[in-house]
Every structure is written in C-alpha cells, then in structure tokens.
Design a protein around this ligand. Structure first.
Ligand code: URA
Ligand code: CA
Length: 440
C-alpha cells in the first residue's frame, strides 16, 4: 500500500477501505508514515469528509494501534462520561462521585486541559497530594471497592490519536467531524468503557459553535458507539458562557464540592444531574431517567455524593479534608474585580476568551511543557441575561504573579453589554440516542 494513493483517493472524495484506514492508523501510531503525508491526508479528510463506515473503521483501527483496557474486574458495567470540552466545565467531579453513590461503576480516564478548555486531570491534581497516575490494577480495584476512580490515559491508549491530534492541532484540522469522532471514540473504546455518556458542547466556547454541527457530531459518535457495541448516549448542552461560575483548577474543585455539599446550584449542577441520570440508565443501575434523577437528588441531599468524592480523593492519595474545608485548596494571592464600564444587559459572551483569560493567569498551558498554577483562574459574577450597573464586577480574577492585564483584556472582549436585553440561551438542547434525536 502507498500513502500517496490514499491521499489522491481522498483528495478526489472517494472512500477509503478498511485496509487503507488500518494502514493509515498504524502508520500514524508507528511513525512509518511521515508527518507531511499524514498532514496532507488529514487536510483531504477535512475537505471531503468520511462516510459513517469510514469513520467507524478509522475509529476501530485507531483503537487497535494500542492497548485495550480490560475492565472486567470492576464488578459491573463500567460507565464513562466525556465532554467535548468547555469552560468552567467540571461535571466529572460532580457526577462521577454522585453516580457512584447511586451504585454505578465509574472508571474514568480523563485528559489534560487543551487550549481554552480545562482538563479534569489538572483539576484533580490541584487537590494537595492527589494523583491521577495510578497503575491499572489499582485503578480496577479502586472502582470495584468504592465505585469511582479518575485517572490519566495510559501511555499506550490509542497512540494513533496522540500522533494525529498533535498534527491536527498545528495544521488547521481539529474542527473536522470524522476526525473528532474517531479521536474521542477511539480513546473511550480503548479505555474499556462498557457504556458511554457524551456531553457535546455547542456555542462560543465549544469545538462546534453552531447547534446543527454539534448535533451532527453527537449523532456520529452515538452511531460509532452502537457499531462498536458500546452503548453511547449524548447530551447536547450550551457553552455560550462558562458552565459553572468558577474557572480554573482548584476553583472548579471548590465549586464541585460546594454543589455536592448542597451549597451551590445553577447550570453546572443541572447538567451534572442530567448526565448522571443518563449514566445510571446506560449502565443499568436505574430503569429510567426519572428514577435515576430521584436517586441522584437523594445522594446529593444525604451527602452520599460528597462522601464518595472524599473516598475517591483519599484513595488517590489526596487530602480529603478539602471536602469539608475548601480553604485547604491552593489559594491565589490576589483577587482583582473586572468592573463593567457601562450599565446595560449581558447579551453575549465569548466563552473561549474567558477560558483563555484563565489560561493566561496560569490555569492552562500555552505549550505542552508549561507547568500550571492550580490556584489561579476566575469567578464569574454575572451570567447571560443579567442587568448590570456601571462599576459592578463582571468577573473576579484570582491571580498570582502573571497574566492579570492580559486576562482582564480578554474578559472585557469576551463579555458584551448592550442597552437592550437579549433572551438567554438554552442550557440543554438535545438528547441523542441510537433511536434518534430529541430536541428541547
Ligand atoms: N477532544 C479530543 O479528544 N479529540 C478531538 O478531536 C477533539 C476533542
Ligand atoms: Ca475535558
């Protein structure tokens, strides 16, 4: 087989065969196809797309470039949840312990922050002592014993994706449906999930900005899950503004704890409960979403969800006392309010810019080797639809040494104030199941 033939074929809009896609995935994983040819093929896919069969075959070919985790030892159907990436999007830290408190087996392999979006691993590591670097046998034992563990992807999980993602990042080919589907689903399938619940974001802070593309992405991932025998459901949720009020690693851990302790609510709590209900149904712990929701609300009210988080943090070497005293989390030195220059209504936000503001303060990486500062980030003081007065704080920056001026500028660009109010966006747009799309 010759990779130039594959590039020519895709350039002319033809479908690649199963064998050709295996060749492509293996060549990417092993480094036997040079980057310039991989990049040309990725761009041809960007322009000409892939059929559902090609997307499935590429996904499975990527799965088999590395290890496939065997989670048969966890004592139940493992359920994973995955977000396509957002700002203030810390549903995992709420819903993983909460679902475990209701009997689910949550065996989750998470990622690091990427661009303007945060990563669950970085958030967990902001808890003093907590580790996400846990060997497979301990991971399985932890899930069996306490029902929940969140770790980093093992080194040899879908190595084709590692190579292709790095290339996509620098060749303008990230925003391509079959490439996103195969990237996310190959990692989910290889990580051993028995059932998968996806949170597909839509809006200014999401990988897909418009609703129809987001629903299309959700449908394609649900379809690949079905074809791969991993029951997959997707929730399409709004990312027109940060999901939670807190953005940044320790700050997001604090908000998750506040929700589990019953002190906070809002959008993050609502999306977490919706995802949790789908997870309990997907793994067979609840018979329908209504009874699942009741069970989750009960685990929240009784403190059972917070107790699961305590157990998870302790099992992963962290200081579980943060669950009772969030001041034990790393704290930033300075709190700087960014005040409104005029009165009016908050009519739109660029959630990506708000995520970048937090990154510039040190909460995210500009390059792979950067260390992150667990304490920094920002707290949203307003949300879409709010009426505000001049001088009122829009956002409070939590800063240490760096980035405050740049972050302030990004926040100002990212929040649009107008004299006329605008309808705030929806939070939940659709549920995508193998049988079809339900819109709200
Ligand atoms: N997240 C991934 O893991 N892959 C993508 O392609 C996009 C988001
Ligand atoms: Ca994430």
């Amino acid at each position: 087989m010759n990779v130039v033939d594959l590039i020519e074929k895709k350039k002319h809009g033809q479908a690649l065969s199963h064998e050709e896609l295996v060749y492509f995935a293996q060549g990417a994983a092993k480094g036997t196809i040079p980057d310039y040819q991989l990049a040309a093929l990725l761009m041809a896919v960007w322009f000409n797309g892939m059929t559902p069969e090609e997307t499935r075959d590429l996904t499975l070919a990527m799965v088999h470039t590395g290890d496939v985790a065997d989670l048969s030892g966890i004592g139940g159907i493992g359920v994973d949840k995955h977000s396509t990436g957002g700002v203030g999007d810390t549903t995992t830290l709420v819903v993983a312990p909460l679902s475990a408190a209701c009997g689910a087996k949550v065996a989750k392999m998470s990622g690091r922050g990427l661009g303007h979006t945060g990563g669950t691993l970085d958030k967990i590591e902001s808890i003093p002592g907590a580790s996400v670097d846990i060997p497979m046998d301990r991971f399985i034992r932890q899930v069996r014993e306490i029902g929940v563990a969140v770790i980093g992807q093992t080194a040899d999980l879908a190595p084709a994706d590692k190579a292709l993602y790095a290339l996509r990042d620098v060749t303008g080919t990230v925003d391509c449906l079959p490439l996103i589907v195969s990237s996310i689903m190959s990692k989910k399938i290889a990580s051993g999930a028995g059932a998968i619940v996806l949170d597909v974001k839509t809006g200014s802070g999401a990988i897909m900005h418009d609703l129809e593309s987001s629903i299309e992405l959700a449908r394609a991932m649900v379809e690949v899950g079905r074809l791969a025998d991993r029951p997959t459901l997707a929730l399409v949720t709004g990312m027109e503004q940060p999901l939670g009020t807190h953005v940044g690693n320790a700050l997001e851990v604090k908000e998750a704890i506040d929700i589990l302790a019953g002190r906070a609510g809002g959008r993050l709590k609502e999306v977490s409960l919706r995802l949790g209900a789908m997870m309990l149904v997907a793994c067979g712990t609840a018979r329908d979403e209504l009874s699942a929701r009741e069970a989750l609300e009960k685990a929240l009210a009784s403190g059972a969800g917070l107790e699961k988080l305590r157990q998870m943090i302790a099992a992963q070497g962290g200081d579980a006392r943060v669950c009772d005293d969030t001041s034990l989390l790393p704290q930033a030195e300075r709190k700087i309010p960014v005040r409104a220059e005029k009165a009016g209504y908050v009519v739109s936000m660029d959630a990506a810019k708000i995520g970048l503001a937090s990154q510039r303060l040190g909460a995210g990486r500009l390059s792979k080797a950067d260390a992150i500062d667990p304490a920094v980030g920002l707290v949203m003081n307003v949300e879409l639809g709010d009426r505000i007065e001049a001088g009122q704080p829009l956002v409070t920056l939590y800063a240490n040494e760096k980035g405050a001026d740049e972050a302030e500028a990004l926040v100002r660009e990212g929040i649009v104030i107008d004299e006329k109010p605008a309808q705030p966006p929806k939070l939940i747009y659709a549920v995508v199941r193998p049988e079809g799309v339900e819109r709200f």
